[in-house]
Ligand binder design. Structure first.
Ligand SMILES: Nc1ncnc2c1ncn2[C@@H]1O[C@H](COP(=O)(O)OP(=O)(O)O)[C@@H](O)[C@H]1O
Ligand SMILES: [Mg+2]
Length: 267
C-alpha cells in the first residue's frame, strides 16, 4: 500500500451566494490536515453539498479562498478530488468489474492487473457473483457499492462524500463504511464526509463539524476520542454513544432554527 502523504484542505472565509440572493455559505473557515477524516453534520439546506462541490471544483464562490495540497481551487476539477454521491452513475455499457477496472486502467495499470485488482474490490463487497453483470442488472445498493469501489480505485487524495450511504440498507452501508475507513487508514488520504446520521458521523470521523442552519456557518468542531482503527470499536461503545449524544443535543437547536426559517421564508 502507498504511504505517500497527500495534502490537506484549507478553506478560508468562504462565502457563496446563489442567484438571486440565496446565501448558502457565510464566512466558512475550515482546515483539514492531510490524512484526516472529518464529518460534517448540519440541517438540510445549510450548504453542505455546496461546500463539497466548491472543494471538488465543480462550483465557484464569491469570496474567500480554498486550497488543496497548496493548489488554489476555484472552479477547477481534478481526479485528486472526487465526490462520492448518494447515487453514483456507473458506465451502463461496462460490467460491474469493468467499471472498477476502468478507474484502475486510467491510473496507468496494465489491463490484466487492473482486472485482478477490480476483482478484489468487488469480492470485498461480496459481489463476486455479479462481476460480469451490467449496471441495469444490479440493485441500487449493488450499484452504489460498485460506484464507491470505482471512485476509491481511482485513488483520490481528497474524498468528498455527500451522504453516500444514506439510501442503503444496513449491511451495504456497513460494508461501505468499512471500505472507506480502510481506504483512509491504509492510504492516509483526506476524507470529508457529509451525513445527517449522527451515529455514522461519530463512528467514522476523527472530528465532527457542526454547521448552523442556512446560511451555513461552522458552529462547533467536536473531537471523537476513539482509536483510528474504528472497525475495532463497538457501535454501542459508551464513548461513541456519549459523543453522539453531545452532537445530537447541539444540532437539535439548529434543526429547530432551520424549520423556523423555512416556515418564515417559505423554502
Ligand atoms: N444551484 C442552486 N441554485 C440556487 N440555489 C441553490 C442551488 N444549490 C443549492 N441552493 C440553495 O443553497 C442552499 C444550500 O444548499 P445545499 O448546499 O444543497 O445544502 P445541503 O447540502 O446542506 O442540504 C439551499 O438553500 C439551497 O436551496
Ligand atoms: Mg446536500
Amino acid at each position: 500500500m502507498s504511504t505517500s502523504t497527500p495534502g490537506g484542505l484549507v478553506v478560508r472565509n468562504l462565502h457563496k451566494t446563489y442567484p438571486p440572493d440565496i446565501v448558502a455559505l457565510r464566512d466558512v473557515s475550515l482546515e483539514l490536515a492531510p490524512g484526516t477524516f472529518t464529518a460534517i453534520i448540519g440541517p438540510s439546506g445549510c450548504g453542505k453539498t455546496t461546500l463539497l462541490k466548491i472543494a471538488a471544483g465543480i462550483e465557484t464562490y464569491q469570496h474567500g479562498e480554498v486550497f488543496f495540497a497548496g493548489e488554489r481551487i476555484a472552479g477547477n476539477t481534478s481526479w485528486r478530488r472526487s465526490v462520492i454521491y448518494q447515487d453514483i452513475r456507473l458506465f451502463p455499457w461496462l460490467t460491474a468489474q469493468a467499471n472498477v477496472a476502468f478507474a484502475l486502467e486510467s491510473k496507468g495499470l496494465p489491463k490484466a492487473e487492473a482486472r485482478r485488482q477490480a476483482a478484489q474490490w468487488i469480492e470485498r463487497q461480496g459481489l463476486q457473483l455479479y462481476a460480469d453483470a451490467y449496471p441495469a442488472e444490479l440493485s441500487g445498493g449493488m450499484r452504489q457499492k460498485i460506484g464507491v469501489c470505482r471512485v476509491l480505485a481511482n485513488a483520490p487524495e481528497l474524498v468528498l462524500c455527500d451522504e453516500p450511504f444514506s439510501a442503503l440498507d444496513w449491511t451495504a452501508r456497513e460494508s461501505l463504511q468499512l471500505e472507506l475507513l480502510h481506504y483512509w487508514y491504509e492510504q492516509r488520504k483526506t476524507v470529508l464526509f457529509v451525513t445527517h446520521n449522527v451515529e455514522e458521523a461519530v463512528y467514522l470521523a476523527q472530528r465532527v463539524v457542526l454547521m448552523s442552519a442556512r446560511p451555513g456557518e461552522i458552529k462547533e468542531i467536536v473531537d471523537v476520542p476513539l482509536p483510528e482503527e474504528r472497525w475495532s470499536v463497538r457501535r454501542d461503545s459508551p464513548q461513541l454513544l456519549a459523543v453522539a449524544q453531545y452532537v445530537n443535543n447541539h444540532i437539535a437547536d439548529e434543526v429547530r432554527k432551520a424549520q423556523a426559517t423555512e416556515q418564515a421564508v417559505g423554502y
